[in-house]
Design a binder for this molecule. Structure first.
Ligand code: FE2
Length: 393
């Protein structure tokens, strides 16, 4: 029966199986490679104009059962079934532009702070993000721009609830709504990362054919206003593994010769969001059509003035004006340079209550899928993703 001819009630009864996206979503930034095989267990979600506008992602554990108690049920993943227009342009004013360059209001309030490596990362304890004044938030934006990532431990961040997270994130910029990423119920402005099975997800399918699960990228670099200061917070995770890797692309730029730097500053590249939609196109779960956007290969932070490489392996497809062989050679050189620079990389080990704040303009990151999950185990995070200015030099 054609679904558009049915009522909402009949959809609920006749399509109980088909209303769920049957693969467990792990990496919302995953881009299917050319030879990617779509898992056989994908079921298209039937769109009914009179039906629900979002549906729960089917998880390995059925959290609707009372015996499966879980503190963060409010953050379980949902898919949206709506079809929306492209994002509108957004005029960004960076919070760091209001900061005192010495950052004294923030730094003087932190009892325990240490750098993780000389080139990237600072770890902080003893202060709650939820208690920061606006002045301290501005200084945090500047600190994150300088250090690439800042890890806050023992936070009550997610316990403030979904509405508070939206309000907090909005201070730093307009919240990004992912083109298909999963989110808490009624909160598409937050992105959920959830994995509670190591069987059958498309990411596992991809990893089977790869030598490792590392997949460096910047979030949504294909957007006209890609994200800036981003908050990723752990809700639940394995006792060991599932770390997130970070690389400082400011240092990666600095390491290049002046000759190469000058050359790269003349170039632009294509960032493709259409490839990221391929899988979701198969399941009707695309919120809006993907876009391809041209950005400069080097961008400058609007406040610190630091330059960073702005190409990444997941989304950057081509250098504008070059032949394919030339473009591939140059992009692969830059990707290798960023991926191999262990002396400007670090890794975030997740604990309950950890919030990693990263400047998506100045770092790249990758998940590591090195941990087993099965019945009862899971890795669950929520991301608050404010947009920033269009990249420029
Ligand atoms: Fe990401």
């Amino acid at each position: 029966m054609a679904l558009t001819e049915t009522t909402t009630d009949s959809v609920k009864t006749t399509l109980s199986g088909a209303r769920y996206h049957t693969c467990v979503v792990e990496n919302h930034d995953f881009v299917p490679p050319k030879d990617f095989e779509f898992p056989g267990n994908l079921v298209p979600v039937q769109i009914n104009p009179k039906g629900p506008t979002e549906v729960p992602v089917k998880t390995f554990v059925d959290y609707s059962k009372p015996e499966n108690e879980y503190r963060y049920k409010d953050f379980l993943p949902y898919n949206t079934l709506t079809s929306e227009d492209a994002l509108t342009p957004y005029e960004h004013v960076d919070a760091a532009s209001r900061a005192d360059p010495d950052k004294k209001a923030l730094l003087d309030a932190i009892p325990d702070k240490k750098d993780m490596t000389p080139n990237i990362g600072t770890e902080i304890r003893g202060i709650q993000l939820s208690g920061l004044s606006n002045q301290q938030k501005d200084e945090l934006a500047l600190l994150v721009a300088e250090r690439g990532i800042v890890i806050f431990r023992e936070q009550d961040f997610v316990d403030q609830g979904i509405d508070w997270l939206r309000e907090f994130g909005s201070y730093f910029g307009r919240l990004h709504v992912h083109q298909w990423g999963v989110h808490p119920k009624d909160a598409p402005e937050l992105t959920v990362v959830f994995r509670d099975s190591d069987k059958g997800s498309y990411f596992d399918n991809q990893a089977e054919g790869s030598l490792n699960t590392v997949s460096w990228h910047t979030d949504m670099s294909y957007e006209k206003n890609p994200p800036g200061v981003t908050f990723l917070s752990s809700l639940s995770g394995p006792s060991c593994g599932g770390d997130t890797l970070y690389a400082n692309t400011m240092t990666a730029y600095d390491r290049l010769s002046p000759t190469m730097q000058k050359f790269l500053e003349t170039l632009e590249a294509v960032h493709s969001g259409t490839r990221q939609n391929l899988l979701s196109n198969k399941t009707n779960l695309v919120r809006r059509p993907g876009i391809d956007t041209i950005h400069p290969v080097v961008r400058k932070h609007p406040v610190t003035g630091r330059k960073a490489l702005w190409v990444n392996q997941e989304y950057t497809t081509k250098i504008v004006g070059m032949k394919k062989a030339e473009s591939d050679l140059l992009l692969n050189f830059l990707f290798d340079h960023i991926h191999r620079g262990l002396d400007f990389q670090t890794r975030a080990r997740w604990e309950n209550g950890t919030v990693v704040v990263y400047d998506n303009r100045m770092v790249q990151h990758s998940v590591t899928l090195d941990y087993p999950v099965g019945q009862g185990g899971r890795r669950h995070l929520v991301r608050v993703t404010p947009q920033a200015e269009p990249p420029s030099l």
